[in-house]
Design a protein around this ligand. Structure first.
Ligand SMILES: [Mg+2]
Length: 272
């Protein structure tokens, strides 16, 4: 009898375990939301449509700048829009889905292998919006935390830059110049904080709008050693920028919003 009980427990465990391979991954629902929900598609289109509607306002108001880094007299500088890339212009949910399906965690090596495929589709609305900017002769700079790092198959200093240019071309954004892409570690002081790269662009351009999926695409010092409450306070401090100068894309899969939470993450759930 006791032996039958042990066998039954093992059988239940095997059944549960096989279910757990796919269901226990915290990113299952969030990845599905990005890949299959019409709501995600509508949300991204909404963001880019609102930006399109505000472009002329930003363009014609010479005192308008979206960058706190912008100082001095910027009124006569050429205009530019600054965009993050991952989960802002390119959708990497296929990489995330593979992690969910294989029960594996993010690693710099598997991420780099994904980037080398140049296969990310576009975030809904991004390509049309970038074409719209081009027609208005507004420059686009891409500040990305994809990291320049050596790759075995090539001697290129930053193969990730060519990957991005090729991937953008594949989704319909052709002819992006390397100087318009600023990758992490491309220069020694280009860290995951985007401030130094924004300052560089702001020195020579009036920045009309910022786009990103991470609070760190807009503000410095918000990605670690900070509480969710402090991040909320900063969002409110700049409340008039959202949907006017700053445009945030949805990313429920990963980001500094998650990284700033301590363990156990469940302790941050607020019930009643
Ligand atoms: Mg991003």
């Amino acid at each position: 009898m006791q032996r039958i009980g042990v066998v039954a427990v093992i059988a239940v465990c095997i059944v549960l375990l096989s279910g757990c391979v796919t269901t226990a991954n915290d990113n299952m629902n969030s990845t599905l939301w990005l890949q299959s929900s019409s709501e995600y598609m509508a949300s991204s289109l909404q963001t880019y449509n609102v930006a399109r509607g505000n472009t002329d306002l930003a363009l014609h108001d010479k005192n308008w700048t979206a960058a706190p880094e912008q100082t001095g007299d910027f009124s006569s500088l050429p205009v530019a829009v600054v965009m993050d890339v991952d989960e802002t212009v390119l959708d990497n949910s296929k990489y995330q889905a593979k992690l969910v399906k294989t029960g594996t965690a993010w690693s710099s090596d598997t991420w780099d292998a994904w980037l080398a495929l140049d296969s990310a589709p576009a975030v809904p609305g991004a390509v049309d919006f970038i074409h719209f900017l081009k027609k208005k002769q507004i420059r686009v700079f891409y500040i990305t935390n994809r990291t320049c790092r050596p790759r075995k198959q090539t001697d290129a200093k930053c193969p990730q830059e060519k990957d991005m240019i090729d991937n953008l071309a594949r989704v319909g954004i052709a002819g992006v110049k390397p100087e318009n892409i600023l990758l992490k570690n491309e220069q020694p002081d280009w860290t995951s904080e985007k401030k130094t790269r924004l300052e560089l662009i702001a020195a020579h351009h009036r920045i009309l709008m910022l786009f990103g999926d991470n609070l760190g695409d807009f503000l410095p010092g918000v990605k670690k050693n900070i509480t969710p409450a402090r991040r909320h306070a900063l969002v409110l401090q700049y409340k008039n920028n959202w949907g006017r100068k700053w445009y945030v894309l949805s990313n429920p899969i990963y980001g500094s919003w998650l990284n700033v939470l301590g363990e156990p993450k469940s302790s941050y759930l607020v019930g009643y």
